[in-house]
Each structure stands twice: as structure tokens, then as C-alpha cells.
Design a protein around this ligand. Structure first.
Ligand SMILES: [Zn+2]
Length: 570
């Protein structure tokens, strides 16, 4: 007698094999049989009607560290096909949190990941101090998805150095104390280390986040600790200061897979992404498991015109949030002309370049404009026979600054993006789920991969696309018996209609603690998500079940084979 049989599905094993038609049986949370499942019966039978049954998505780049203490479901990820999440990315997390530094840790997290500090404070359960206690807290509370936790470099630095962590190099004694914390985390089941030296990562009051103050030797010291363990991955969000050669050095010291983020296609520096890809590939050919985290979606940022942080890099942009003052400036034709002029001058500090086809309306402030939502400025302007820049300001003024714009800044050129994501060394991820809640919602990247890149553009066959977001990340991160639907593996599964699967535009919600705002999307065509054999999402809603997720603490130490062989054919 099985617990569950899913009948008449097209089954993807996650390993990239051609899909097979058949049934899948689950017993005690694991896949018990695949193919023709005869006899025995089951407590529950689901008719798949020929839809695709695949392993659930493993999202290696999320920021649910705080949210998991108040939201078991890790919304919205499981409703977007995700069954396992990795948290603690970029070196931001919430543990360890000694009482005297807890507030700094939260304030920094709120700033760097654009979370509402009010929501964080209202929502977070701070009933823990050490990393191990945090893991136990998650276990007690229960989680819908499986969770793996990276030890967070910035958090450990702040735990040892307090606010000084963001101001100066560490002494040898302080580094030693951090390494004690790191070993504690690894012993308690951390999947590896998360860090950052990215120049855009600023904490409270605009000061750098702590790991940016690390010397290269401090990074190397962490890598040496990693080498003492059988398992472990190093992930870092790097920018100008460190590139793939440094990631390769870390990998050489630690002997563990190392992952560079973010691997975006920059429209102004088209060669950059290819260089990163080639360097990582060269490292792998030297036998070093160096990978990158790429994205299959344009990187977007949503903003109101009275709080347009990405436009403040322009010196002429008004430094006020006062509506009367802003109204005067924005309606002045002289200002508009100057801004138009400024947009034509290239400067790598300006991500916003006035490419109006990449600026769209996320939320209209007035009901009568609701049909503009999801459409871009260039298109609307041409339809109305007006200038796009004039429309950009006029609409916000008409709606009294309640227009929420979305600006797509990187990864917009699909040819460039295709080359990156097709590479075996690129782990498709970068959802940042749980962070930047009011600015973006990229947690459903895999649904976009299946719908857009696979069905519409044909960049991958479906079996490969599924492998890219399931078994590939599992293999590199040493996540055992997941990301595959083979007998004995955990039954983390999604069922979807391959002709429909896609991701919707964003809609606005105020459902975070303290009525915090977030943007959400849905995945049409996704019929269900199962985690360790328990259905948690039915295509419409989360199901009220005993939280089935495991807090993962044991990982494989086997060096990944992915992308380690000869140069691949595109
Ligand atoms: Zn991140």
C-alpha cells in the first residue's frame, strides 16, 4: 500500500533523461516506484492527465532567514514550484545573533535586502542566539520547503566586532573568533559559507555591510576552515573588487564548490558576462569546481517617483520626498529637458538609462489607469502619440505619485542571457526570494524558464530545463537525494501543464507583518507542489498540512561532475 500514486504523468527524472509516460508512487515521503505502478493501491491517487511531473525546484539564492520565523510556507516560493531553499545568501542572515548586536544585524538586513524594518521587527521570532539554536527554532516551528542554511559572513563579523565590523579590518584575534562561530555553524549543519564584497551591498545608514571590510586573508581563513569539512559550498556576491580568479583561489584552498554571484548580462558591458563564464569554465577544466549563479529573468526594480532610489545617481534628481516640491520640479519643462539630456550621457553608475521599453507600470495609482499595469512606457507613449519621458512624469503627477514603475535594468538582452544560462557552469537562480519584497518578485524563475525559454523560445528541451533547476543545483551544493525523481529519492515534486506554465505580472499586496508591502506573481499551469510526499500547494492555495520540510544538515562531499568535462557545445 502506497501513500500516494500519481497516475498518467509525463515524468521527468531531473537528471535530463527524456520524459517517460507513467505513474509514480510515494511511500514514507520518498519515491517508491516510477513507471508502471501496479497493484497495492494507495491512500491517495492523483490523476495527472498527461501533465508533467518533475522534481521540485531547488532555489539556491533566497533570503527567507527572517521570514521563516513567522511564515512556515516561505511564501511565495512553493506556490511557484520551489521545494528546497538555501538561505543565508550573500552573507546576510539572522544567526548567530548575540543580544547586544541583534538590532544591528536586523537593521543591516533590512537595508541591504530592502526589507521593511517595521515588518522584520514585528514578525521575527528572536528566540535563539546561536546558529544551532536558530536551526532548532526552524525545526520546531516547521517549514513547508526543505531548508539549507549558509553560515553568514557578515552576521558572524557583526557578532564578533559589533558595528566595528562594517568599519575596519579584523584583528587576527577577531578572525579567530569568527572562525569559532563558523565551525559551530558547520558542525550544526550549515551547508557552507555565504559572503559578499559587492559595492552595492550597504547596510543601515549606507555603511558597507561587514564582509566588505574583510581582507583577502580573512576570506582565505574561512576557506581553510571549509577544507576541514567533508561537505560545504562557498557562495559570494562579488562586484568590482573580486572576480572569478579569487573565487578560484578560494576553491583551491577549500577544495569545495565555489559559486560566484551575480552573473547578469550587462547591456553596457556585453563582454563582461562572457568573460566570467569563460574564466569559470577554465577553472573547471583545471579541475576546480567553480560555478556562477545566473538569472533567466531581467533584473527589475520597482519604485515610486517620490522614492526613486535608482534615479538618485543622477545629480540633478531632487533630493526630497516632499510632494509639493517634487511636483514643481517634475512639471518644469527645463528640468525635463536637462534630465532628457542626462539620460544620453553614458556613465556606468547610472543603471537607469531611459530605455522606455524597459520601464513599465507595475501598479497604477488610479482605477481608471488599471489597464496600463504590466505595459511599458514606450508602447503606451507611442499608442498615445506622446513623448515617453513626458508620459513618465505626467502619469506620476496625475496619480499623485502613486504610480509604481518597474525598471528592468540588467539581463534584458535575451541573446546575451541565453548564452549565459545555457552554460552548464551557470546555476539558474538569483531569485532573491524573501528580499526586496516591495521591488520585485523573481521567486518563480523556473516557471519562466519552462514557459518562456523552453516552450516559447526553444532554448532548452524540457528535460534539460528541469535538470537546470533541480538536479544541477543539488549536485553542486551536495544536496542528497533531492532534485531527482528516482526510487529512494525524497518525493519533492511539481505537477504542471507544459503548454500553459508561465509566470504572471506582479500584483501588489500588503500582507507582511505590520501590513508591509510586497509584490507577488502566480504560476498559471502549476497544478501542485509536494514536499517529502506531502502536497503543500494545489494550484490555487497553500494546503493546511503539518509542515513537511526538512532542515537539511547532511550534505554530500562528492565533487560535482557538472560542467567539469570538455568544453560543452551550446
Ligand atoms: Zn542575495
Amino acid at each position: 500500500m502506497y501513500d500516494l500514486i500519481i497516475r498518467n504523468a509525463r515524468i521527468a527524472d531531473g537528471l535530463g533523461s527524456p520524459l517517460i509516460d507513467g505513474d509514480l508512487a510515494v511511500k514514507d515521503g520518498r519515491v517508491a516506484a516510477v513507471g508502471d505502478v501496479e497493484g497495492g493501491g494507495a491512500v491517495e491517487t492523483v490523476e495527472a492527465n498527461g501533465d508533467v511531473l518533475a522534481p521540485g525546484v531547488i532555489d539556491i539564492h533566497t533570503h527567507y532567514d527572517a521570514q521563516l520565523t513567522w511564515d512556515q510556507t516561505a511564501s511565495p516560493s512553493p506556490a511557484l514550484g520551489v521545494t528546497t531553499i538555501v538561505i543565508g545568501n550573500c552573507g546576510f542572515g539572522v544567526a548567530p545573533a548575540p543580544a547586544e548586536h541583534r538590532d544591528s544585524i536586523l537593521a543591516n538586513l533590512a537595508e541591504v535586502e530592502a526589507m521593511s524594518l517595521e515588518s522584520l521587527r514585528a514578525g521575527i521570532d528572536t528566540n535563539y542566539e546561536s546558529f544551532r539554536e536558530y536551526m532548532s527554532l526552524l525545526e520546531q516551528k516547521g517549514t513547508y520547503p526543505n531548508v539549507a542554511v549558509l553560515a553568514s559572513h557578515t552576521v558572524m563579523r557583526t557578532a564578533v566586532m559589533g558595528d566595528q565590523g562594517s568599519r575596519r579590518n579584523a584583528t587576527q584575534d577577531e578572525i579567530d573568533q569568527m572562525l569559532v562561530l563558523f565551525r559551530e555553524a558547520m558542525d550544526a549543519g550549515a551547508i557552507g559559507l555565504g559572503s559578499s564584497s559587492n559595492e552595492n551591498h550597504r547596510g543601515a545608514d549606507g555603511i558597507p555591510i561587514a564582509s566588505r571590510l574583510s581582507s583577502d586573508d580573512e576570506f582565505r581563513a574561512f576557506a581553510r576552515v571549509l577544507s576541514e569539512y567533508n561537505h560545504g559550498v562557498f557562495m559570494a556576491t562579488f562586484g568590482e573588487k573580486h572576480g572569478i580568479p579569487f573565487v578560484e583561489e578560494i576553491c583551491r584552498i577549500s577544495g569545495k564548490p565555489s559559486c560566484y554571484a551575480p552573473h547578469f548580462y550587462h547591456p553596457h558591458q556585453p563582454k563582461r558576462a562572457v568573460q566570467i563564464m569563460d574564466q569559470a569554465e577554465d577553472a573547471r577544466r583545471r579541475g576546480l569546481p567553480v560555478f556562477t549563479q545566473g538569472s533567466c529573468q531581467p533584473l527589475s526594480l520597482s519604485f515610486y517617483l517620490d522614492r526613486a532610489y535608482s534615479l538618485k545617481t543622477y545629480s540633478l534628481w531632487p533630493d526630497t520626498e516632499d510632494h509639493d516640491e517634487l511636483r514643481n520640479v517634475f512639471s518644469d519643462p527645463g528640468f525635463r529637458d536637462e534630465f532628457r539630456e542626462a539620460l544620453t550621457i553614458f556613465d556606468s553608475a547610472h543603471l537607469f538609462t531611459g530605455r522606455w521599453e524597459w520601464v513599465s507600470i507595475a501598479v497604477a495609482g488610479l482605477k481608471k489607469n488599471a489597464d496600463l499595469e504590466g505595459r511599458n512606457i514606450a508602447e503606451i507613449a507611442s499608442e498615445r502619440g506622446v513623448d515617453p519621458l513626458e508620459l513618465f512624469f505626467d502619469l506620476a503627477l496625475e496619480e499623485d505619485f502613486r504610480t509604481k514603475y518597474t525598471f528592468f535594468m540588467l539581463n534584458t538582452e535575451e541573446e546575451g542571457v541565453a548564452e549565459i544560462i545555457a552554460n552548464d557552469g551557470t546555476l539558474i537562480s538569483l531569485s532573491d526570494a524573501g528580499a526586496h519584497n516591495s521591488m520585485l518578485c523573481d521567486a518563480g524563475y523556473a516557471m519562466h524558464l519552462f514557459g518562456h525559454w523552453t516552450r516559447e523560445l526553444g532554448l532548452f528541451d524540457l528535460a534539460t530545463a528541469i535538470r537546470k533547476v533541480t538536479h544541477d543545483p543539488a549536485e553542486v551544493y551536495g544536496i542528497i537525494n533531492r532534485g531527482q525523481l528516482t526510487p529512494g529519492a525524497w518525493a519533492d515534486m511539481i505537477l504542471f501543464d507544459p503548454d500553459v506554465i508561465s509566470i504572471t505580472k506582479m500584483t501588489q499586496h500588503f500582507d507582511l507583518p505590520a501590513n508591509g508591502e510586497r509584490l507577488l506573481r502566480q504560476a498559471p499551469g502549476l497544478r501542485g507542489t509536494w514536499i517529502n510526499g506531502t502536497r503543500v500547494f494545489d494550484g490555487q492555495n497553500y494546503l493546511e498540512v503539518r509542515a513537511p520540510g526538512h532542515i537539511l544538515k547532511e550534505f554530500s562531499g562528492v565533487c560535482p561532475k557538472l560542467g567539469m568535462g570538455k568544453r560543452q557545445q551550446q
